[in-house]
Design a protein around this ligand. Sequence first.
Ligand code: NAI
Ligand code: MG
Length: 493
Amino acid sequence: MATRNNTLKLKFDTARNYAPAPESKSSAIIAERYELFIDGKFVKPESKKYFDTINPATEGKLSEIAEANAADVDKAVKAARSAYDTTWKKMPAKERGKYIYRIARMIQERARELAVIETLDGGKPIRESRDFDIPIVANHFFYYAGWADKLEYAFPNRNAQPLGVAGQIIPWNFPLMMAAWKIAPAIATGNTVVLKPAETTSLTALKLAEIIQEADLPPGVVNIITGAGDTGAALVNHPGINKIAFTGSTEVGKKIQHAISGTGKKATLELGGKAANIIFDDAPIDQAVEGIINGIFFNQGHVCCAGSRLYVQESVFNEVVRKLKDRLETLIVGDPMDKNTDIGAINSKQQLDQVNKYIKIGQKEGGEMFQTSCSIPSTGFFCRPTIFTNVAQSSRISQEEIFGPVLAIQSFRTDEEVIEKANNTPYGLSAGVWTDKGSKIFNMTQQLRAGVVWANTFNQFDPTSPFGGYKESGYGREGGLHGLMSYVKFANA
Ligand code: NAI
Ligand code: MG
């Protein structure tokens, strides 16, 4: 093997200044106030309460969102039950599929508007909401629309039947994408749903409610109610739901598991992660550096499957870290609406405090910190890309989910050592392996205890591919044929 030139720097044109290229806001129509979407209509909350949603990049108010209380949750669940009994479960599957195709096409038609609102409300770069989130949302609806009348092929001779009413609770990191992952497979299999978006990012789910209304989906098949943790808890505890689907923190996942035990309610829980991204010395190093960047800085690191623990083989450690620092310096942090921006705003003040808390912990624990020298806006919630070397396996920044642009880096010598280190975590959602050797990839994927293992890439998603975790990362799978399984029971079983 040729020896590497360790002094070779990656060449990035860091001196270049980009003129601002802001996306227009004109496509985004945001009302002053949003009501609850129940039984096909927008209705005022019984609680009579509203809360503000802000743009985390400016801290300016965007709109007011209705807060659903237990009475509102009850209304929504009853609407879902009635739609299930009278309409949706009786409808020929082919007809159900047509509605879902219609929703998918309307999402495509309104893609720009949805991308802009996703970015304004949540802080992610417009490039990501435009090129990643919204296309995946449409694809997910298209994919599951296709399954609606083919369940007999998915589960031959098993007479798959819907569960009934699903309560669905989603987080703020991929707001519309999470709504699609929840709603599409549920309604394709004949269930009806009550979905609650996260309190900082309700707007695109409410835009989806408008689309669903316009698509003439029978009233009550999809209900969207807004509010924070109490609203979520009221949904979980409602006796009228048959299943709960949750994506969010492990802490809340545990509460939900506890609340439903003994009730007969089914659940899928997609929780936190602390993925190992493993770079072997025979890996294509420059591509691996890109993969590391994508793994931890995509969506500000607000990614449950983020590659937040980096393991680099000792012989290439210095090279990788140096190239990584060079590449970090090129990242543009700032206005999420600017098409040049790589790293947008942290989703909320609360989350920024959490990230900063861990940065302090990392320093206190003796980690060597490197942050890029870029300027960050003085208003809004921003954080510089941050990496730590000299990190111990036991340190909190390599054990706990930070959910921000902070990477903990360690070295390793042998395959056995890195497998042990990678698996030494309460989580098991994802992992990445970078190597030139196919045999090494197969060995690693067999031994890494993670739901998804990417080889020579990271953060790839496709509606046909299942996603979900081991251990404290939760259970159940979303996406692909496996994703259907979470929403059916087998009458012939
Ligand atoms: P969270 O788990 O509290 O919020 C997720 C969703 O659950 C939201 O819709 C929220 O309103 C709802 N919720 C909160 N309490 C509930 C309860 N008792 N019953 C039912 N629903 C409830 O997450 P949070 O507080 O926004 O973030 C805290 C940390 O959680 C983050 O720093 C991150 O580490 C982790 N997180 C992980 C996510 C993932 O996809 N793995 C997503 C969001 C957060
Ligand atoms: Mg917001």
